[in-house]
Design a protein around this ligand. Structure first.
Ligand code: CTP
Ligand code: CA
Length: 229
């Protein structure tokens, strides 16, 4: 790889990226999930590798090839994603949470396939752990990057998540726009930084997910200089 100077600070760093959806089992044949394709997380993984980093993807089920040079750990549920994230935290310099983690899981996974019976079926759900917030609370805290996809009050919600999850940076997109996000190959984002970073806000205008991934990694490399663990 040919490493550009813009990424200097990322070279040799270990970057861990969560990506894709999680799947929360209902019974042995069914699950709750979402429409995440993993494209943005995989593009960021490729950009981090190109920047000279050692990259590990902790990936929910997606149909994407593993980017060149990137190590990939496959997981299904949020709990599994958290376990692997915690296993890697001590060796991790930058943690990037792009995964669309299911906020809730089924309280009691049925041992056998649930048979069709009455006209209504109620399945109780319980909250999943917040992976990025848990990692940000560890003694050796990596540079923490979160994502927020919002449909309203975009800036307010993103800044709220930056604070409550103790992130260094949050990349936020407005998913009410039909031309970007989810299955699209293009994206646009606004980056917000924690108070200790000189820069408060940065716009990444609409571009391919690969290009946005590159710009995001440049922004991380620039901010990393001011990181206080
Ligand atoms: N996230 C996480 N673990 C969860 C939920 C979210 O690590 N259980 C991470 C996502 O990967 C993302 C960030 O937190 O980087 C924000 O996710 P989002 O779903 O927007 O935030 P929530 O806190 O779940 O709030 P809500 O869905 O209600 O907007
Ligand atoms: Ca959520």
């Amino acid at each position: 790889r040919e490493i550009s100077e813009k990424f200097g600070l990322l070279a040799g760093q270990h970057v861990v990226i969560t990506a894709g959806p999680t799947r929360e089992a209902i019974d042995p044949v069914r699950y709750i999930s979402n429409h995440s394709t993993g494209k943005m997380g995989y593009a960021i993984a490729a950009a981090c590798y190109a920047a000279g980093a050692d990259v590990t993807l902790i990936s929910g089920p997606v149909s994407l090839p593993t980017p060149n040079g990137v190590k990939r750990i496959n997981v299904q549920s949020a709990q599994e994603m958290l376990k692997h994230s915690l296993d890697l935290v001590d060796a991790c310099d930058v943690f990037i949470a792009t995964a669309a983690v299911a906020d809730y899981r089924v309280a009691q996974v049925a041992e056998h396939k649930i048979k069709k019976a009455g006209d209504e079926l109620n399945v109780a759900l319980i909250k999943n752990p917040d992976i990025v917030a848990t990692i940000a609370q560890q003694a050796k805290r990596p540079f923490m990057v979160g994502f927020a996809a919002e449909t309203q009050n975009v800036e307010e919600y993103a800044k709220g998540k930056l604070k409550t999850k103790r992130l260094d940076m949050i990349a936020c997109n407005d998913v009410s726009r039909s031309d970007i996000g989810f299955a699209s190959d293009e994206n646009a984002m606004t980056l917000f930084f924690a108070e200790q970073y000189a820069m408060q806000k940065q716009e990444l205008v609409k571009a391919s997910k690969l290009e946005i991934g590159k710009q995001l990694v440049e922004a991380i490399a620039a901010a990393l200089a001011k990181h206080v663990p």
